[in-house]
Design a protein around this ligand. Sequence first.
Ligand code: ATP
Ligand code: MG
Length: 435
Amino acid sequence: MSQKLSGVKGMNDLLPGELGGEMAPIETWQYVERTARELFSRFGYGEIRTPMVEDTALFVRSVGEETDIVGKEMYTFEDKAQRSLSLRPEGTAPAARAYIEHSVANLEPVTRWYYMGPMFRYERMKTGRYRQFFQIGAEAYGSREAAQDVELMDMVVQLLEALGLKEISLNLNSLGDEACRPAFQKKLVEHLTAHRDALCADCQRRLEHNPMRVLDCKNEKCQAVARGSPDILQFLCEPCQAHFADVRRKLDALKVRYVINPRMVRGLDYYTRTAFEFIASHPALGTASTVGGGGRYDKLVKSLGGPDVPAVGFGLGLDRLTLLLREGGQRYSAPPDVFIAVADEGSQDEAFTLASRLRREGLKVEFDTRGGSLKSQMKRADKTRARFALVLGEAERQAGRAQLKPMAGGEPLSVALGEIAQAVRAAPQAPAPQG
Ligand code: ATP
Ligand code: MG
């Protein structure tokens, strides 16, 4: 016997129905994607699709060498020409690279993009934390205004609302800019140095190279030290304060609720001013409770060799969103309209032709190409949750009519074989599954 092969650890198969084990059914994923596409286009965001692989230097220069993502979690390899390439760990840097490469700043003053697709990080796996995971993200280039930050947060809020996800709180902070952050960092380093012995080995290193990263270490002891650290909001310069106040005022005007969390700094180096995270309280996600986050990155485009264009964006984790939806118990797959069953072998060909025609007419039709006993076909019809079963046999073919039997119970309808689609459409609908 040949040896059985398995998928790569931490990378999941997404399958239809309830076949996917720990992962939510693909229909749930499609529902989120569909809802996001529709909503984002109402906000004027256009989709981009960038390659899954980029030059390693792109992530080193943007996300930052001393972050966990770049320092520990990247899938980096050499191609046959000895270029160092990496599977993308996030979507903002690739989007900025494309924005620069296509000189988009010269073509339009404000650019609104969204993306969805797989990201890769070599992480310790648990529920909601995988090595291939999926993000939906959006970026807006060209506006420094607080309204742009709030437009993006509003878009996430409206998405979560449209998906019916409640109990997700918005955490908000400002990380200042190059004018005011150095003074904060100095005080932070003083505080961390005083508590150096209580920090994990990684954070002792971070203290030297990238002290802000200590604030988002997940180690409980480091978090205790972080809780006593100076409050970045006390250090904001006047323009950063004004921007932050404007963000809050606009969130209030939209009646978006938020919590100010001065210790939330996010795990990437490129943020300036606004930073935000959406955190779910559902226990199903365990420690992987952040469904998304984002912020402003006014210096990133320039630092990657592009023009001096401000930007703001977010990324949402689709794996976590779909797990939350699955916890809600809702099904997102539409059942078939009709299951066509065959009463005798002689009707198999005509039933097959009928299935094809009804599909062309827009119905969702199930048909067992293997034929088999009527009893086993009806069992299958039940399993598929079809709205109607239609049995085709010698008698129906002779009469040119068949019975549409509502699977949820009720009187069968006698319909001409040529008018099935109309009859199905006219029949009262059971409450449709969402999406
Ligand atoms: P966390 O703090 O949970 O590690 P993060 O700060 O590393 O998250 P971001 O880089 O901000 O995450 O990515 C945005 C979103 O992408 C996260 O909020 C999460 O929903 C999702 N995400 C990040 N890493 C993973 C992963 N390994 N598996 C599944 N989803 C992930
Ligand atoms: Mg992480």
